[in-house]
Write a protein of this length. Sequence first.
Length: 724
Amino acid sequence: MKLEKELNEVQIEAVKHISSSSMIVAGAGSGKTRVLTYKIAYLIEQGYDPSSILALTFTNKAAQEMKERIISLIGAKAKKLWMGTFHSIFARILRAEAGKLGYEPNFSIYDREDSVSLVNNIIQAMNISFDKFSASSVQHRISFLKNQMIYPEEYGKHIAKSPIERKIAEIYLEYNKRLKENNSMDFDDLLLKPIELFSKHLRILQKYRKQFKFILVDEFQDTNKAQYELLKLLTTSRIKICVVGDDAQSIYGWRGADLRNMLQFEKDFPKVKVFRLEQNYRSTKMILAAADSVIKNNTEQIQKTLWTENNDGEHLTILRCSDEKDEAFQIAKQIKKEVTSRKLSFKDIAILYRINSQSRALEEALRREKIPYRIIGGVEFYRRKEVKDLIAYLRVLANQNDEESLLRIMNFPQRGIGNTSISKMIAFARKLNITLFDTMARIFEVIEVKERIQKNVKQFKLFLNKYIELKDKLSLPELTSALVDELGILRMYKEENSPESMVRYENVQELLAGIQEYAKEHKGATIHDFLSEVSLLTGADSYDEKDNTVTLMTIHSAKGLEFPIVFITGCEEDIFPLNPKFDSDSKIEEERRLFYVAVTRAREKVFLTYARSRYRFGEVAYQSKSRFLEELLPDTYNELNGAGSKKGGRKRKSYYDELYQESYDDFNQERRSYRVGSRVVHDLFGQGKILQINGSGDMMKITVNFEKKGKKTLLAKFANLRLI
């Protein structure tokens, strides 16, 4: 490797320093992935056995790309690296050592949806009525407690004070118990269980300490307490550790990430040498200056000054819009303009938002303007119902104790086993302390279940037994194809022949193709291997930069990515930053870091948009400009009205203003709640579409084309039209 050709002076120093532990503080766009890649390759060149190097990343995609790059640098021996996400690496260790913790190696891994479902079943079984808390919020609380390494007993005895908190403690205790009975772990357990394993079994800890000689961690600023604890357990004076991160990009506090891990790293690990990567290779001087002018308002940070040899670049553009529809339209218009003038592809453009609900208006505008787009982090492929249903079948074949998966498929496709019968089976299982799967074999002992349903349960059990036997005899693609064929799922969706059923049909076909491809790439792969891989995929893993589409995603999902042009939308108080009225300084600082991450995704140009009003929570709300826009250095941006006139210039009507026949200055909240083109319902005339709006206040008239009653002009004050 000729490092001098590929890296700058500080990067080379960071790569070559292997005599002690180190922390690389890597600013946005400073080439941290490149440094980490070359450092691992350099370690192997210096004689380290690849299997003695543990490299931890935050996405499977990052791990895969880094590994491929290292293989291209030093050859196939790099395949022996222990490289992957924290969750995938420790899942691998747990499968090998599961017996020591009382688990079978074929344990299921529950994603968030599975965990919420389990919490919901527990709440129902306990007859708990929560007015303010949903199963989702309880699961989120349990996950947060696990990330902080707070166990149910400790939470119940020392932390839970209010009646609601004490109920959560009960649910948490039962939740962990049920996971164990189901031979299952949730995502958080993949970090907690190794700590339990290493703490209780010193010989196993020594085994892995002996295995690893060098540990490297990417995105270190996003580690939580459990991840930090694992690193401390595995690292000794003999084992060196190198962490790479940027405190200014720590944006996952809401899920337990702790910035203090980075701030106190030098105290907790011996002889740490710190390197600062401050040269930015991604963005223009203007973008860096703008990002720096905002982030410097944070008090909790490691001092560094980013600089670049790139050109000055263009000013950031702030677009002032009337509402979210106008915002979406202006973005679509600017995309067309930029693509044409710069000769760009659609894939060079990203639209970022703080909350997922912002995507709806953006999608509508892009569809109308015929701009191809793709949402990252929406409903991911493996989270879609029809895909999860089939994955649940595979999980039951792999692990018969997995009650949540069995409940999911008990009556899919429909086989006449209703909720009442299932409840009686669960009660029977609990009473005899046996699994739901074993209860199916004893269905004739379950009283009050009709004979017809008993026969259906017996048939289903025989069906599952058949495929449990076949799973070790057939290849993975053969097994799933036979299963899908006998279930008749594809036939069922095809016969239904609705747009929705045909999408489901396509998704099942896509899953079968994906399994075929997986088996081709992983010779001899078992059902357990496939399920492990699938359960650890994230939204970021689905991003494919080859697709020529505009990318829509939350700012959190955009972390680690870069684009020539970036739109940052909804720059308003209460959206970005989110809920500032109730937030502590530390939460505002995290929101500011998120803004910094958003701006530094761009290589050439940044658009920041905000709306005067926004339809939120079922009504129109006036919005005020985000404090982050106010913090930008004035020399770094130009502000335009949505229609294109410069700040301070004469205001022009936007496309939507012309439809409403009003200018920004005539803005009226009551009127804005109705829109030309909106669908409405009237108590007498039924459903229709708004064609025209005239007047305002008490004299506002709305012309609607009703589906059954034709065109009518109504006085808004008395019409009682409801938006649909």
